[in-house]
Design a protein around this ligand. Structure first.
Ligand SMILES: Nc1ncnc2c1ncn2[C@@H]1O[C@H](COP(=O)(O)OP(=O)(O)OP(=O)(O)O)[C@@H](O)[C@H]1O
Ligand SMILES: [Mg+2]
Length: 253
């Protein structure tokens, strides 16, 4: 099943074709990577998909629905969530409290509907609590759940911010350089967690990453972008033996 599809998606900034007729498919329960040199249009593509920029041309389909004209808030509520470098973590709340107050998906339930579904909502609350604890286990933060977030190490904060994004119960999570500036041990741990989420929570990930070690080891499929265009696509081994990809990274035409 295809979770996310773009069709000839394009965006110009002045004279620059930042994203130039990009057509990609992200399949359900995959870790799909997007790589390419600086300025090649990766973040702009994420901004177009997630509704932060309006495309000049092309379409975005999510779970077979056209979401091209929805705003970022509506798109996140449908289950397509993107993370930003800066995440709101409350230092004076515990790890568990941070998870519980993290933004949730608004499924559009009215107040009346909530009242009439009172029993159901208690059940849902219990499920949300169980999900929170399952996530904390997965993130290896359970032993710290009553600790103030302000006392966490940099690496633990990184894991918590991933947890906050997962609290939205996304169908697909778009991550922009999730292991930038992270040591190799933690980078591997973060990607192990993503694999675990893919396999045990049926999550799909679309990830921009410059760290080629984790991309090679952990991704199912790679798209390579250069100057706004997708220039290659395939499994890691194929991509890393592709001359065009190597040239793109060396800045050769
Ligand atoms: N809001 C904007 N206004 C004008 N130009 C922009 C804007 N956002 C991006 N660009 C330009 O679009 C091109 C693609 O930028 P983008 O940030 O998408 O690249 P990137 O692949 O994410 O790069 P990096 O790996 O350095 O993060 C660049 O030439 C950039 O200067
Ligand atoms: Mg970028």
């Amino acid at each position: 099943m295809d979770t996310l599809i773009t069709k000839r998606l394009s965006k110009n900034f002045g004279g620059i074709k930042a994203v130039d007729e990009v057509s990609i498919t992200v399949k359900k329960k995959t870790i799909t990577a997007l790589i390419g040199p600086n300025g090649s249009g990766k973040t702009t593509l994420f901004n177009l998909i997630s509704g932060f920029y309006e495309p000049d041309n092309g379409k975005v389909l999510f779970l077979n629905k056209d979401i091209t004209n929805l705003n970022s808030h509506q798109i996140a509520n449908q289950g397509l969530v993107r993370t930003f470098q800066i995440v709101k973590i409350f230092r004076n709340l515990s790890v568990l409290e941070n998870m519980l107050v993290a933004p949730k998906r608004d499924y559009g339930d009215s107040f009346i509907k909530t009242i009439t579904n009172f029993k159901k909502s208690i059940k849902e609350e219990k499920e949300a609590y169980d999900y929170t604890n399952d996530l904390l286990n997965l993130l290896e933060l359970s032993h710290l759940k009553d600790e103030y977030a302000g006392n966490l190490s940099g690496g633990q904060l990184k894991l918590l911010s991933l947890g906050l994004a997962l609290m939205r119960d996304p169908e697909i999570l778009l991550l922009d350089e999730p292991v930038a500036g992270v040591n190799p041990t933690l980078a591997n741990k973060i990607f192990d967690i993503l694999i675990n989420c893919r396999d045990n929570f049926n999550k799909t990930f679309f990830i921009i990453e410059h760290n080629m070690d984790v991309v090679l080891d952990f991704s199912d499929l790679i798209y390579v972008m250069n100057r706004g265009k997708i220039i290659a696509e395939g499994p890691p081994k194929e991509i890393f033996s592709n001359r065009g990809v190597i040239d793109a990274y060396l800045g050769v035409d």
